[in-house]
Ligand binder design. Structure first.
Ligand code: BGC
Length: 518
């Protein structure tokens, strides 16, 4: 696997060690963390397109849907409790990621993962056996807590375990597993919706138990990371563990650097307050704006509501679920493009190319919906070629996201923060992401009802804004070691004004588990 992310030791030293089976198993568990998140994203849209599910829990939505074609298609799914069902998870994830960061630091990554898996498992069971809306929402909240814990601990676990050469590739591997989770959910929805008797939604929601069990087993059998052991004072055990993980005896250099990194980060008393210092303005801006823009691409309108959306543009329930499977597949395949290209073509190229492609598709989808649905939302009978063209543009749009803002929205923030603010800045990044995921999930259906086809132009507008932002403000980080990232800001025409002289030393900023330059 190529090293993705352009990350290597600043001073050219290479720690000995291999990609051992031990590390591979670890990475597979980390990938399961992504599956949990992805499964959630994909599953709710599918079940809300199942008539039996709507009839039982959201009868008013069901009734609207059954009414004749004079009903406004834009508004048939506009129901607050329906959106609350989808979005409650992200609010819970936002709240729990703050708690989870303390658990992860004090008690280790493993326990945090185990805890996340357990919460997730209980949530899945409550959803699978749900008899009333409150059970559905309670279940989603527990799933959200699970996602918060898993998303906090798994990526940390992963980047601490991975040999530095593979960390970048593994970072996008996490995004890949999110997309696989979404796809699996879409496929299961497609088949479970066909079950006679209309109880397939129970299997879809309850199916989340399986990725949860994998995470629980992972949390039980996996070892703690050496970094976390050192952080909690278990120096001897940490050294032995490192030998086992790297598959070599000579781990002194890396071990000493880990200890030094831990010491240095302990000296930082107020990481949150530090973040407000002027010199961290570029980092703070990125930690907030990158996840904000990622969600303002409108991707989760497709990920959460693709079946609902396809239903609205005239597909039957079955064809809608099938189309969601197709977009899910495009999402997985296109992610490989970024794994391949992120280090060859750079982040900025992918951001800008993806932005242009998304913009064109959003205009095309908005215009096609405008011409057939107008403002009344009553299209009459839609020809099949029409729906196919819309799905095609949606697929081209999804592929653009999958090789640009999808992976880069996680990769770029993770590689630009210096150690002393890394955990604080990263939790801001995660929280902003969850907050806007929640917001989009919550308001989309009523935005569709009010903005109608204009919704697509709304997101197209933001894609233009974010592309201009990238063009002007986001420096290229390809091939730059994390330890030398300050050079990138120092050379930037705008951000350099926030760095004072001493901050411009290329050696400032250390990476997790790397040499510490005090
Ligand atoms: C985003 C999710 C999105 C997913 C789609 C992730 O990077 O954070 O919100 O649903 O990509 O693949």
């Amino acid at each position: 696997m190529p090293a993705v992310g352009g990350i290597g030791p600043a001073d050219g030293k290479a720690y000995p060690g291999n990609l051992t089976p031990f590390v591979l198993v670890t990475c597979m568990v980390a990938a399961m963390g992504g599956l949990i998140f992805g499964y959630d994203i994909g599953i709710s849209g599918g079940v809300t397109a199942m008539p039996s599910f709507l009839k039982r829990f959201f009868p008013s939505v069901y009734k609207k849907q059954q009414e004749n074609s004079t009903t406004n298609e834009y508004c048939q799914y506009d129901s607050e409790s329906l959106t609350l069902f989808t979005s409650s998870l992200y609010l819970a994830a936002l709240a729990s990621s703050v708690v989870a960061s303390t658990v992860t630091r004090r008690f280790g990554r493993r326990l945090s993962m185990l805890f996340g898996g357990l919460l997730f498992c209980v949530g899945a069971l409550i959803n699978g056996f749900a008899q009333a809306i409150w059970m559905l929402i309670l279940g989603r909240i527990l799933l959200g807590f699970g996602v918060g814990f898993a998303n906090q601990s798994v990526p940390l676990f992963l980047s601490e375990m991975a040999p530095y050469k593979y960390r970048g590739a593994l970072n996008i591997g996490f995004q890949l597993s999110i997309t696989v989770g979404i796809l699996v959910a879409n496929i299961l929805n497609y088949f479970f919706a066909k079950i006679k008797g209309g109880w397939g939604w129970r299997l879809s929601l309850g199916g989340a138990v399986f990725p949860a069990l994998i995470i629980i087993i992972g949390g039980l059998v996996l070892t703690e990371t050496p970094n976390s052991m050192i952080e909690r004072g278990q120096l001897h055990e940490a050294r032995e563990k490192l030998k086992r993980i790297r598959g070599v005896e000579n781990v002194d250099e890396e071990f000493n650097d880990l200890v030094a990194a831990s010491e240095a980060s302990k000296k930082v008393e107020h990481p949150w307050r530090n973040l407000l210092e002027r010199k961290y303005r570029p980092h703070l801006s990125m930690a907030i704006l990158i996840p904000f823009f990622q969600q303002l691409t409108g991707i989760n309108v497709i990920m959460f509501y693709a079946p609902v959306l396809f239903n609205s543009i005239g597909f039957g329930s079955n064809a809608s679920l099938m189309s969601a499977v197709i977009t899910g597949l495009v999402n997985v395949l296109a992610t490989w493009v970024s794994i391949y290209g992120v280090d060859k073509w750079g982040r900025r190229f992918l951001f800008l190319e993806g932005g242009a492609q998304m913009f064109i598709c959003q205009l095309a989808v908005g215009t096609s919906i405008a011409t057939k649905f107008g403002t009344s939302g009553n299209p009459g009978v839609l020809p099949q070629w029409y729906s196919i063209i819309v799905v095609l543009f949606i697929c081209i749009y999804v592929s653009a996201f999958a090789w640009s803002w999808g992976p880069l929205g996680w990769l770029v923030p993770s590689e630009i923060f210096p150690l002393e603010i890394r955990s604080a800045a990263q939790s801001i990044n995660v929280s902003v992401n969850m907050l806007f995921t929640f917001a989009i999930a919550q308001v989309f259906l009523s935005m569709l009802c009010h903005l109608k086809f204009g919704l697509f132009f709304f997101f197209a507008f933001f894609v233009v804004v974010m592309s201009i932002f990238v063009y002007i403000f986001v420096p290229e980080t390809k091939g730059v070691p994390i330890e030398e990232m300050s050079i990138v800001w120092q050379r930037h025409w705008y951000w350099k004004r926030f760095l004072d002289e001493e901050d411009n030393s290329p050696n400032r900023g250390v990476e997790m588990g790397k040499k510490v330059v005090p």
